[in-house]
Design a protein around this ligand. Structure first.
Ligand SMILES: [Zn+2]
Length: 415
């Protein structure tokens, strides 16, 4: 304890000496893009057990590279912060050696319109390996896009859904950036000495980059971009929830945290409930901003699009659901013993790329990944990005893009 006090004291003293560090420094515990004594202090607190070692710290803050967070890492971070040592730079992000984007901007708010523009641009820049189509339409008339990364002729398929939960809207830009990186470096040995072309030679990746575009639009822009009838429905849901005492938020606050589609159905609770009739209780029995699983035998358009695509695939080998709730990976949903081995393998890949922890407990919630696992016996995980409640601050978007970079190739490579 005495040693800790001295270390903490020294760190505090050196605070004022802290210098700006290089881009993407290892040890940037507060993730502000700059290495300072404050980062070293956070690392030390975690290393000695005063704070929990989160997935963020475990992955990004290990300058000595021994895969354990210790006081030595805090010390190296501090030395780099005050300019005694060069900051270690992570130029090899998750095994993806080169990365840059021209099209997808991970620093700006990513809207449905931005997605449309990027899909158009990427498919015209890389027509032989990227295409997209509307797999369905939402109640408010938006396209439910599904993009195909790869030739479309592979014998294996991976399915990725992003943006099922409206207010988790930082992920679409992050996944689109990963896709662009793959397209842009298709013939370079950027992934563990192999090219994306080699890795995707027999595998196509089907991506729903914004599965719930109405919801994303509601969370980002309130009712302003909705058709009058849809806006009326959403306003009615707010008023009903307020009357029932389920919210005391203002309408603006309530809509910013909107998670469902424009019918008030939670797209990540809808599939098993509406299609298989499986019983599970989310505690919500009417349209709501979240957790209403929908109506029996009537899947929502977004769910139907996902299931339709899945139904056409000959050999889906993995499914990824990208969400935002606490830097975790959910993978256990009561699947059979025979399905567990592949699920475990997929989870290990997702853990090693993203640095997020795999949740050790069963977390069946009737999610899309649970549907893929239980109904199709396809290994599926829900990857929860970011730190804190959604909508996350836009400042986390580039960091989330870093986390997810390489995930698609790693899964294609390892499954
Ligand atoms: Zn979610």
């Amino acid at each position: 304890m005495k040693r800790l006090c001295i270390l903490l004291f020294t760190l505090t003293l050196l605070c004022s000496l802290a210098a700006a560090a290089a881009a993407a420094p290892i040890g940037d515990a507060d993730r502000d893009g700059t290495l300072t004594a404050a980062d070293a202090r956070l690392l030390l607190r975690a290393a000695v057990g005063l704070d929990p070692v989160t997935g963020e710290l475990r992955r990004d803050c290990d300058p000595d590279g021994d895969r354990t967070l210790t006081a030595a890492d805090a010390r190296l971070t501090l030395r780099a912060a005050v300019g005694l040592e060069d900051a270690a730079e992570s130029d090899d992000v998750n095994g993806f050696a080169a990365h840059s984007q021209d099209v997808v901007d991970v620093t700006a708010l990513y809207t449905y319109e931005d997605l449309q523009a990027d899909l158009r641009l990427l498919s015209s820049l890389y027509p032989a390996r990227f295409s997209y189509e509307e797999e369905g339409y939402t109640v408010d008339g938006r396209g439910i896009y599904c993009a195909v990364l790869g030739t479309g002729l592979g014998s294996r398929q991976i399915v990725v859904d992003v943006g099922a939960h409206a207010e988790e809207y930082l992920n679409p830009a992050a996944v689109m950036a990963d896709a662009e990186n793959i397209l842009r470096h298709y013939d370079e040995p950027v992934y563990r000495g192999r090219t994306p072309r080699e890795i995707l030679a027999d595998t196509d990746v089907y991506i729903f980059p914004m599965l719930n575009p109405d919801g994303v639009t509601i969370s980002q822009s309130g009712l302003t971009k909705l058709q009058p009838g849809t806006a009326e429905t959403v306003r009615g849901i707010y008023e009903a929830e307020r009357a029932a005492g389920r919210t005391d938020a203002t309408q603006d606050e309530y809509l910013r945290a909107w998670k469902a589609n424009a019918n008030g159905v939670d797209i990540n609770r809808n599939a098993l409930f509406a299609v298989t009739g499986r019983d599970y209780d989310t505690g919500v029995t009417a349209p709501a901003s979240e957790e209403f699983p929908g109506n029996r035998s009537a899947p929502e358009a977004e769910t139907a699009a996902y299931l339709r695509l899945f139904g056409r695939l000959k050999n889906p080998v993995a499914a990824l659901s990208i969400h935002s709730q606490g830097s975790l990976i959910y993978w256990l949903c009561g699947q059979s013993e025979t399905d567990l081995a592949a699920a475990r393998r997929l989870t290990a890949i997702a853990e090693s790329v993203t640095g997020y922890y795999a949740e050790p407990d069963d977390s069946f919630v009737g999610a899309l990944a649970d549907w893929a696992m239980l109904e199709k016996h396809v290994p599926a995980v829900t990857v929860e990005t970011g730190l804190g409640g959604s909508p996350l601050p836009l400042a986390q978007q580039p960091g989330i893009a870093d986390r997810l970079r390489g995930l698609i190739l790693a899964v294609a490579d390892g499954m």
